[in-house]
Design a protein around this ligand. Sequence first.
Ligand code: URA
Length: 196
Amino acid sequence: MPSKAEQLNKLNTQMSACSQCALRSGCKNVVPGEGSAEAEIMFIGEGPGAKEDELGRPFVGAAGKFLDEMLSIISLKRENVYIANVVKCRPPQNRDPSPEEAAACWPWLLEQIRIIQPKLIVTLGRHSMERFLPNQKISTVHGKAMRREIDGIGKQVFYTLYHPAAALYNGSMRETLIKDFKRIPKIIEKIKSEEN
Ligand code: URA
């Protein structure tokens, strides 16, 4: 049985050759995701921006710097977690991914989750939340851990956060995001204690 890292490497190669939607023809690089294949926590954003597209890596611009800062507050580095996006190719002018584009990319994300089997999925922003928790309002559900059964994944714990890019220059949202973020270690502890 190939290791999780080997499975992810193979998947990344397959993703790089994907042309299931029009986004691939308009971007420079596919941004599959990065981090530890053994991660307990998986962060899922919306889609690559300009810097991510340039480098082929997720969350490496201003929002990524803020994400790194919040990870360090809870004594984690990006190498300890896994960071991915709903769509792996940059939408032109950073527009929202269309439902069709998100749907075309969905099997890749599902496969990433199936391989990594994180204890906790942290959704970053409304678009990521909506993929897993439809018909919810982010202003209501942010900072609440929820267990859901998802087709193709099974039971999984989700934790919704505001998107770091949205919170970056909005004082009160920034405070809320940092406060929610600091609760992640306790949530992981609780998940682990319920497993035993
Ligand atoms: N915003 C996202 O949602 N994802 C990235 O990778 C970068 C910015």
